[in-house]
Design a protein around this ligand. Structure first.
Ligand SMILES: [Zn+2]
Ligand SMILES: [Zn+2]
Length: 417
């Protein structure tokens, strides 16, 4: 994950703007500064890179992990922070170090400070800083997390709540789950990849339209945080996450929220309470605003067979399986196999970026470049006609492109909503 490698993979994925990650780390910040040059106000590209890499821009971003105690409980919250330029990045780091926090120990530093206090400090450093609660539903380390989060944004951010204009779905939730939460009304739902390796970039993304020549930090952040400015988001299937449904892995018990309400939250095998997953947590917080969330998402298929989830008041989204994963399933090999990477590279040369291949290439073009099986796989993924086994209690879920027709995504969805 060095800038050159990130830019190359971003270009293949069809990403125009990337978060740098880890700006709070002193060495990484220095490396970014030496390898990047300004391409617009607060937006950077590779210094002296090849033309292809130059089309990819970076924003300075980082994630902070606040671990503290509030209301008699231990809280662990991750925050995504976007800063407008290098000067502000250095100022933030100085401010945090002055308070005794060790920024050099980790790319995502641990800060023993309440989110509501940290938010005020950051805004005092520069009011252009954007704060986005990260992957807000994961049981650990998130705003609404069942183990160490809060029941509302207000509880977590206090008087600083109005500065939160957007929240990140994370891999374990999709926008439809978030649309049901009253607390999030009027706040934007954004999606990013949280990638720790270049191949995972773009597994979730937020798409906004900005004229290419007019890229700036302010314009990008305004588009992410402003009402009605996001075109759409691309989502990972949240069922793939390790804590989607509730259950006990060892006892082989897995329950959807519907099953929890019918059968209860005690394990029939060992008699202990089940580990409650993200879907259950959404259900619980949804009930707090009982009059809210009435509008059911509608599925709209476009001319390319892509299934969009839509409600009237929100940007639509599409759930996709990453192309590398599709290729691995076609070859029946691991994700990091050389053959899969070769296939991927060939396809992106022939058909353009992954985003184009998945959403905008005609079936016959895909067949010509990658064969009939690839065409079939892409069409299945576009239409959501795939098999999904939700994860629970630390066990990853599974997404299979080819599976029994009777076990299609539809069934998984009915039990979810
Ligand atoms: Zn995180
Ligand atoms: Zn059990």
């Amino acid at each position: 994950m060095v800038p050159g490698e990130m830019a190359l993979w971003a270009a293949k994925k069809g990403i125009d703007v990337l978060g740098s990650g880890d700006f709070t780390h002193p060495l990484w910040l220095r490396q970014l500064e030496s390898e990047l040059e300004e391409s617009g106000e607060g937006v950077y590209c590779r210094r002296g890179g090849e033309k292809k890499e130059k089309t990819v821009n970076f924003l300075l971003s980082g994630e902070l992990s606040c671990i503290y105690s509030q209301g008699g409980r231990s809280r662990r919250i991750h925050l995504l922070v976007l800063v407008p330029n290098f000067t502000t990045a250095y100022k933030v780091n100085r401010e945090l170090e002055r308070r005794g926090f060790n920024l050099a120990s980790d790319g995502r530093p641990i800060l023993g400070i309440a989110v509501k206090d940290l938010a005020v400090i950051l805004k005092e450093v520069d009011e252009n800083i954007s704060l986005i609660p990260a992957h807000i539903w994961t049981p650990w380390y998130s705003l609404y997390g069942s183990f160490s989060g809060f029941d509302s944004l207000e509880e977590c951010f206090g008087q600083a709540s109005p500065i939160v204009k957007a929240v990140e779905t994370g891999l374990s939730s999709d926008p439809a789950m978030n649309w049901q939460i009253e607390d999030l009304a009027g706040r934007q739902i954004v999606s990013f990849s949280d990638a720790h390796s270049p191949t995972k970039l773009g597994r979730e993304m937020t798409v906004v339209s900005l004229p290419k020549g007019e890229l700036s930090f302010r314009k990008i952040v305004d588009a992410l945080e402003g009402e009605g400015k996001i075109n759409f988001t691309v989502e990972f299937y949240p069922e793939e996450g390790k804590y989607h449904f509730s259950g006990h892995r060892i006892c082989k018990i897995c329950r959807s929220p519907e099953e929890i309400s019918q059968l209860g939250r005690t394990c029939p095998v060992c008699g202990r309470p089940l580990t409650l997953g993200v879907a259950q947590r959404v259900e619980e917080l949804k009930r707090k605003g009982s009059s809210f969330g009435g509008e059911k998402p509608e599925e709209i298929f476009d001319d390319f067979g892509v299934c969009w989830q839509k409600v009237s008041s929100r940007p639509p989204y599409v759930s996709l399986v990453p192309l590398l994963e599709i290729l691995a399933q076609i070859r029946n090999v691991g994700l990091s196999s050389k053959k899969v990477i070769n296939d991927y590279n060939n396809l992106t040369v022939l058909l353009g970026a992954e985003r184009e291949i998945m959403l905008r290439r005609k079936p016959e073009e895909i067949e010509r470049a990658g064969g009939v099986k690839l065409k079939e796989a892409v069409l299945r993924v576009r239409g959501g006609k795939i098999l999904i086994k939700p994860g629970f209690d630390g066990q990853f879920g599974e997404v299979k492109i080819w599976g029994g027709e009777e076990e299609r995504r539809k069934e998984a969805q009915i039990s979810l909503f």
